[in-house]
Design a protein around this ligand. Structure first.
Ligand SMILES: [Mn+2]
Length: 428
């Protein structure tokens, strides 16, 4: 049975209740979960999919509701100022997000959420990582993603999609996939409003539904604009993105309150400024804010993406510690990698130079013999592909079974989506 039409905040509150009941009464439940970097895309994908799908589920759906999970603990929401900027437009608050904290503790999750009672749909990734992956990988039965296919999701996903395609934002793929259902919902909401009879209630209901649609549309739109730089980054933007933006904007324009004041570029700039506003965060939090980890070749690989250049991070490290910038920075990185028992750690930065050039830096640090040979192989094999050029003040460390290098990554079109598979390939 479908979940009743609701506002985004109403839906999220309902979904949280569904999750609790499922845990208390050992009922079946369907999760939609983004990746553990929990960037804007990975936050909005599960919510958009679960929202539409819960209200128009396939006939024999595994459970009545789809529960969207943001793949971080609740305390990590504050590391993402861009979330808060988007929430204002989507008319929700941090407390409405369903996070890892809403799942049972890892020590008892298997007994409280028996794998056979769960179904998992992966959005913005296609292999369930970490502890959840160890317990529930077999229960994954659906994916919409825009990363390299790791071939972990079964070919046949029944009633759920198995879509892995290149696009700037995964949210675009979700919006386009959900479009027929969403349109049907909007249409039937209008006619059921009409069934209520009198003019006033009809126009009231209709106004509410339009407002709800516009709120959800803004949540999706924010991710797509951030991932494609307002559709202006030609290396990232695809037809999927343009189509989805057009669709979501049209939804917003149906709501007079939103339409009256909406300006897409202004909206993008507002969210983007919030995303870059990380000056008040601790370095450690900056490193874990957009972080992904893989097991590869018996080792752990961790990759942080940061929206500020290395010299910003060095200053930050120095302010927080007492060592000079470069030393304090490396020490912080080493601690970060050690805490996570990484064989290899990589840091990718994006920033704008003083003369307005978009630029990227890439740091790779290998912490044992095996990782050192992998890192060197990566350096040789990916040099041209990524346009790696020695960074000023760079020095590679030999000895101590370690190796480290910082480069300019001149081929700035390549993101972690490209770099992480290259690193993993070298480690395999
Ligand atoms: Mn994504």
């Amino acid at each position: 049975m479908a979940v009743p039409r609701n506002s985004l905040r109403g839906f999220l509150t309902h979904a949280r209740g569904v999750l609790r009941t499922a845990i208390d009464n050992s009922q079946k439940i369907t999760f939609v979960i983004g990746n553990e970097s929990a960037d804007l895309d990975s936050m909005s994908c599960p919510i958009l999919y679960a929202y539409i799908r819960s209200m128009s589920p396939p006939t024999n759906s595994f459970s009545p509701a789809y529960v969207p999970i943001t793949n971080i603990p609740a305390s990590d929401i504050q590391l993402r100022p861009e979330y808060l900027a988007v929430f204002k437009h989507a008319n929700i608050e941090s407390k409405h997000l369903i996070t890892l904290d809403d799942l049972p503790a890892l020590s008892e999750i298997q007994s409280k959420l028996a794998p056979e009672n769960t179904k998992w749909i992966l959005v913005d990734h296609n292999a369930l990582q970490g502890q959840l992956g160890k317990i529930y990988s077999e229960r994954v039965a659906g994916v919409i993603d825009h990363h390299d296919d790791e071939r972990k999701v079964p070919k046949d996903t029944g009633d759920e999609p198995r879509i892995i395609e290149r696009s700037g934002s995964c949210t675009s793929l979700i919006a386009n996939y959900c479009r027929p259902s969403w349109d049907m919902l909007s249409a039937s909401a209008m006619s059921s409003g009409a069934a209520h009879g009198q003019g006033d209630s009809l126009s009231n209901d209709a106004a509410f539904f339009k407002r709800w649609d516009a709120d959800v549309a803004q949540l999706g739109l924010a991710s797509i604009l951030i991932d494609t730089a307002d559709l202006k980054d030609e290396n990232k933007t695809t037809e999927h993105d343009r189509k989805a933006v057009e669709y979501l904007e049209a939804k917003m324009m149906l709501c007079p309150q939103v339409a009256a004041s909406f300006d897409r570029t202004g909206f993008y700039k507002e969210i983007n400024a919030a995303k870059k506003d990380i000056g008040s965060l601790k370095l450690r939090d900056i490193l874990r804010k957009d972080y992904k980890q893989w097991d590869q070749g018996g080792q752990k690989l961790g990759v942080s993406s940061v929206v500020k250049p290395v010299d910003f991070l060095q200053k930050k490290a120095s302010e927080e510690g007492s060592a000079p910038p470069s030393e304090a920075f490396l020490e912080a990185l080493r601690d970060f990698a050690k805490e996570r028992e990484l064989g290899m750690y990589s840091l990718m930065t994006t920033s704008t130079s003083s003369d307005g050039q978009f630029q990227k830096e890439l740091l790779v640090w290998a912490f044992n013999d095996g990782a050192v040979s992998a890192a060197k192989a990566f350096a040789t094999n990916s040099k041209d592909d990524l346009g790696l050029e020695e960074w000023q003040g760079n020095s590679d460390v030999a000895g101590n079974n370690e190796w480290r290098m910082i480069w300019w990554q001149r081929r700035v079109q390549h993101s972690r989506k490209r770099v992480a598979p290259l690193l993993r390939e070298a480690m395999a």
